[in-house]
Design a protein around this ligand. Structure first.
Ligand SMILES: CC(C)(COP(=O)(O)OP(=O)(O)OC[C@H]1O[C@@H](n2cnc3c(N)ncnc32)[C@H](O)[C@@H]1OP(=O)(O)O)[C@@H](O)C(=O)NCCC(=O)NCCS
Length: 324
């Protein structure tokens, strides 16, 4: 992530919940690990979302375990009972999560579309297939913040994301206009060029489908898919495919340096994955989620915080609250 995007994510997170960030330093004051911890407020008030990271030179000395223990104490103080995190399948993160006894939850798959591999005429073919099924809908698009007249409808479409597969522990998000505005504040703080394509039901004037994508100006070769959703009563008209094809066509005109688009979906989200596969997205990797009960972590013996004669102090001893 470019620095501006990273800093805004650190302060604002992905779920409009203003995470905390804690830094662990070694005896010389050198940063050796850190974590971000978010406490969702609108829903899932039993959860804490954790992203721990230990610098490569400091791994396998118990610092990661110490970070999780420290995070569990913060979670306990906030009344949270379950910590969740994600790691790439087959990575040290997965080995670490398993070693700590975390339970595997739902898994996401990350896919990439290399634009130069899309055959000539492919998008036009998909667009006409989709349009044939989407009679009575028209497309619109905008760049930047959601126009005020659509805020309520965009909140409603975000709410419809709760129909996508999610873990049994996840209650789904609660969206209103204020939350859409917070999400936009994150996009603005990250400095993204941000595009939206929506399909409108001509009969009712309602927004029926939406797709959103962000580009970080320092890295204009990569686009990052955000929300794509079709409202329940409008499903079955190929609107998901239509808005995504229209987005790629829009980007071809506005983002000449764009080479690839990344997206992530739950492994079990068959409908969305089918659309992405039709577009030409290729599987990159899987990202399982992990769950650890706070109470369980707090029973770990203190020795689990550092081993092999290189035991760091618990991060709390040196931890610095960067954001709260
Ligand atoms: C995952 C990560 C935080 C672990 O940090 P760490 O300080 O090395 O973790 P610990 O030393 O506390 O490891 C505890 C146990 O996890 C297991 N483990 C950790 N890394 C492992 C690896 N690369 N291979 C196999 N097992 C591993 C081991 O059982 C280890 O105990 P051991 O060293 O006595 O065998 C670090 O590798 C990292 O920052 N990775 C990238 C970000 C990430 O994946 N975060 C985790 C998201 S769940």
């Amino acid at each position: 992530m470019p620095e501006r995007s990273f800093a805004a994510w650190l302060a604002l997170g992905w779920t409009e919940d203003h995470p905390e960030a804690w830094l662990a330093r070694d005896a010389a004051g050198q940063a050796c690990g850190w974590y971000s911890l978010a406490f969702p407020e609108r829903e899932n008030t039993h959860l804490a979302y954790l992203s721990p990271l230990v610098g490569p030179a400091y791994r396998r000395h118990g610092i990661g375990t110490g970070l999780v223990r420290h995070a569990a104490e913060q979670a306990r103080q906030r009344g949270r009972t379950l910590i969740t995190a994600e790691s790439r399948q087959g990575s040290p993160g997965e080995a670490f999560a398993r070693a700590l006894g975390a339970r595997r939850g739902i898994s996401d798959a990350c896919r990439v579309l290399q634009l130069k591999t899309v055959p000539d005429g492919h998008l036009a073919r998909l667009r006409s297939q989709a349009q044939a099924a989407a009679v009575g809908y028209s497309l619109m698009s905008w760049e930047g913040p959601v126009p005020g007249r659509y805020l309520v409808q965009v909140a409603r479409l975000n709410q419809a994301m709760n129909d996508a597969p999610r873990s049994a522990e996840d209650e789904g998000q609660q969206w209103d206009v204020a939350r859409v505005r917070e999400d936009q504040a994150r996009v603005a703080a990250q400095g993204l060029r941000y595009y939206t394509v929506a399909a409108c039901c001509e009969r009712t004037g309602e927004l029926a489908a939406i797709t959103q994508l962000g580009i970080e100006p320092p890295a204009p070769d990569c686009g990052f898919q955000e929300l794509t959703v079709v409202a329940r009563t409008h499903r079955g008209h190929r609107l998901g495919l239509l808005v995504k094809v229209a987005m790629l066509e829009l980007l071809a005109g506005h983002e000449p340096l764009l080479e690839r688009v990344f997206t992530g979906n739950a492994d079990t989200n068959a409908h969305m994955i089918a659309i992405n596969t039709e577009l030409g997205f290729q599987l990159l990797d899987h990202w399982p989620s992990w769950e650890l009960a706070v109470a369980e972590v707090l029973t770990w013996p203190a020795s689990a915080q550092g081993r092999g004669g290189a035991a760091p102090e618990p991060p709390g001893a040196r931890g610095r609250r960067a954001q709260s």
